[in-house]
Design a protein around this ligand. Structure first.
Ligand code: PNW
Length: 489
């Protein structure tokens, strides 16, 4: 094979698949002994979601999981990233609370069925659905001692029950979102914030930073349990996945060049530096002073090196200008408008997302050069404008999303072959349109359209594009993979 052909292909053991999360797809919030999560009542509270809808049904995947697996098999994925609902496994959440056999049984069957289809389970332990009882009992993520112990116990129960078959574990999904959106801006559960119009209690100047540290400690405690008691026999990998978008200076002024680094420090370095390098980025301390919660020596030893790989969720890029008072962006203003007035890329349905594949490539390079670990891209996707209101036939021809994935798949190969970045996995978000948190069902990220009246699933062109692209770019895969789902057009 000539170099030209090789550089068009993915590395041999490259993993790809589609991703979901428990609360966004399962529904059936009140069956088989599931305990409440913090998203249950939050999403039922008027004013918390854009369309006033909640997660009680979602895509009904707790009941329709077999259909979802058939869909995955039709797309020919190698892997499926899904999350386990803590409150199905331990309804009250705590380390002395009973384990729910029905919860174990549900995920166990799902894992077996995946393996029967030759699909690798890629499992997230925590994708935002904290057991409500832990929040009520001791403040949930705000309570360092309790939450780390309870999370480690929950993780242990999962390793015991599923670790014989699951070899890819993610502890937490997106600690920045957990901390900032849940305890700073107050737009995600539990909705705490200093803004009294939004929340009766909370302190946005301190709580997000405390929660961030506690999430890292809980993550690292679970990893310690895995490495000491399970990894020697189960031989899997475990890590965390962080959200973060590429941040670039708006122009070449020194203050805006510095601003872009500050934005990266707060969006990514806040977690990635302690976990991979063993200390906070200096800018975090500069910005927050004594409000930045310290780690003890023992804690930082626990946290440092606690991820076997870099788990990367990314959607877009921003241009950065120094200034503004938003600590959650590192006291940096974000814009999609270039100095010449043009836009970075196509605008998505949600305000924070434009299509800019070069940002994806730049971020891969930045993370590889800074942390030197294999990168697993565990989320990447696009919400098409007005997809919620257009007719089905039109929604299935999701040209803007196809364009987005043409871009990211192109630069993915460039990052691997031209830049030498060690990327090992890629999971577009999401297998299905689903409950998009504070956006309710208004914003759709699916590669598959879901009719929420009938719960019927219809592959979009983007889903078929990705299936075909990976079929063509995987060594040997065209020989062994099943046919594509029926065409959307
Ligand atoms: C991620 N932002 O969340 C989550 O992991 C998914 O559950 C979610 O459905 C997906 O991205 C699409 O939103 C994010 O404001 C939420 O920058 C918000 C942001 C980023 C990621």
């Amino acid at each position: 094979m000539s170099d030209g052909i090789l550089t068009k292909m993915l590395p041999k053991d490259f993993i790809w698949g589609f991703a979901t999360a428990s609360f966004q797809i399962e529904g059936s919030t009140d069956v088989d002994g599931r305990g409440k999560s913090i998203w249950d009542d939050f999403s039922r509270t008027p004013g918390k979601t854009l369309d006033g809808r909640n997660g009680d049904v979602a895509t009904d995947s707790y009941r329709l999981w077999k259909e979802d697996l058939d869909l995955l098999a039709q797309y020919g994925v190698k892997s499926y990233r899904f999350s386990i609902a803590w409150s199905r496994i331990i309804p009250l959440g705590g380390r002395n609370d009973p384990v729910n056999p029905k919860g174990i049984e549900f995920y166990s069957k799902l894992i077996d069925a995946l393996l029967e289809k030759g699909i690798i389970p890629f499992v997230t332990l925590y994708h935002w659905d904290l057991p409500q009882s832990l929040h009520d009992r001791y403040g949930g993520w705000l309570n360092k001692e309790e939450i780390a112990k309870d999370f480690a116990r929950y993780a242990q129960v999962c390793f015991e029950a599923f670790g014989d078959r699951v070899k890819h574990w993610l502890t937490m999904n997106e600690p920045w979102c957990i901390s900032i959106l849940g305890y700073g801006r107050g737009v995600f559960a539990p909705g705490r914030s200093s803004d009294r119009a939004r929340s009766p209690e909370g302190d946005s100047s301190t709580e997000p930073w405390i929660v961030g540290r506690n999430v890292m400690l809980a993550h690292a405690s679970a990893v310690k349990v895995y490495r000491e008691s399970f990894k020697p026999t189960q031989k899997g990998q475990i890590g965390i996945t962080l959200n973060g978008d590429w941040q670039m200076p708006w122009d070449d002024s020194p203050e805006n060049i510095a601003a872009a680094q500050h934005a990266l420090d707060v969006a990514i370095g806040w977690f990635a530096d302690p976990i991979y390098l063993g200390h906070y980025p200096p800018y975090m301390r500069e910005m927050l002073g004594s409000r930045l919660p310290e780690f003890t020596d023992e804690e930082i030893q626990l946290v440092k090196g606690s991820s076997d790989f870099y788990g990367m969720n990314t959607y877009t890029a921003n241009m950065c200008r120094a200034g503004g008072d938003d600590e959650f962006q590192g006291l940096v203003d974000y814009t999609f408008t270039r100095p010449d007035g043009t836009q970075l890329g196509k605008q998505a349905h949600c305000a924070w997302l434009q299509d800019y594949p070069e940002g994806f490539r730049a971020l891969l390079n930045y993370l590889w050069n800074r942390y030197h670990l294999p990168i697993y891209v565990t989320e990447n996707g696009f919400a098409v404008k007005d997809e919620d209101t257009m007719p089905l036939e039109q929604a299935l021809k999701d040209a803007d999303r196809v364009h987005y994935f043409e871009g990211t798949t192109r630069v993915l190969l460039q990052a691997i072959h031209q830049d030498g970045v060690d990327v090992r996995a890629y999971f577009p978000w999401s297998l299905l349109d689903n409950f998009e948190w504070a956006d309710g069902y208004v914003t759709r990220f699916g590669l598959t359209y879901v009719d929420y009246e009938t719960q019927e699933r219809f592959p979009k062109q983007s889903g078929n594009f990705l299936a075909k692209w990976f079929k063509e770019h995987q060594e040997g895969s065209s020989l062994s993979l099943p046919g594509l789902p029926r065409d959307a057009s």
